[in-house]
Ligand binder design. Structure first.
Ligand SMILES: Nc1nc2c(ncn2[C@@H]2O[C@H](COP(=O)(O)OP(=O)(O)OP(=O)(O)O)[C@@H](O)[C@H]2O)c(=O)[nH]1
Ligand SMILES: [Zn+2]
Length: 186
């Protein structure tokens, strides 16, 4: 990431809005923002999914549902560069005795969110990537988020919650979706 360019850009924004970029209170802000962008836009490269460990279990796991619920995330909307944040819940149905290392699911959430993006894209990126890595019998992704660009500007609707979902394989069955949501509510 080009830290110097970010710093210069932030100084220019201060100038453009009529601030004195040398005022003591904000003098160090461009450097801080550059450091912050390094952190919140850290999905510069695709992670090495080959190292996402898959484990072999016995075949009684096949066809059962595994859910990781309420994984918190923070992202930035690509239209206004304002935060949107909430939770992601992921379910999958193993096949061929294969399960994925549990921590890899929140890692997928980080991969999908640490960049300027849209909620729908976060939802489908997590779902499609899990399908690619694990090739399970089904994947469900459910994302709930608040968008600051809808709340603090523009239409200004506080606390509205945007919900998006992704269902593949066994989760296209309505009863399986219901079981997924029952799990989330427990
Ligand atoms: N589908 C989708 N839209 C988003 C997301 N985040 C922000 N938006 C919307 O992106 C749209 C951008 O619309 P524009 O009309 O180009 O921008 P704008 O004039 O700032 O729009 P307003 O927000 O309505 O004032 C807005 O409707 C936002 O609410 C997201 O994650 N998914
Ligand atoms: Zn926005």
């Amino acid at each position: 990431m080009d830290q110097a360019l970010i710093e210069e850009s932030i100084r220019n924004i201060f100038k453009a809005i009529g601030e004195d970029a040398n005022r003591p209170g904000i003098q160090e802000t461009p450097t801080r923002v550059a450091r912050m962008y390094e952190e919140i836009f850290s999905t510069l490269e695709t992670p090495d999914f080959i190292n996402y460990k898959l484990f072999d279990t016995d075949d009684s796991i096949n066809g059962e549902m595994i859910t990781v619920a309420d994984i918190p995330f923070y992202s930035m909307c690509e239209h206004h560069l304002l935060p949107f944040f909430g939770t992601v819940s992921v379910g999958y149905i193993p096949k061929n005795n294969k399960v994925i290392g549990l921590s890899k699911i929140p890692r997928l959430v980080d991969y999908a969110t640490k960049k300027p993006t849209l909620q729908e894209e976060v939802t489908s990126t997590i779902g499609n990537t899990l399908m690619d890595i694990l090739d399970p019998a089904g994947v469900a992704v459910f994302v709930k988020a608040r968008h600051m660009c809808v709340e603090m500007r523009g239409v200004k609707k506080s606390n509205s919650m945007t919900k998006s979902s992704f269902y593949r394989g066994g989760f296209t069955n309505i009863d399986t979706q219901q079981e997924f949501f029952n799990t989330l509510n427990n």
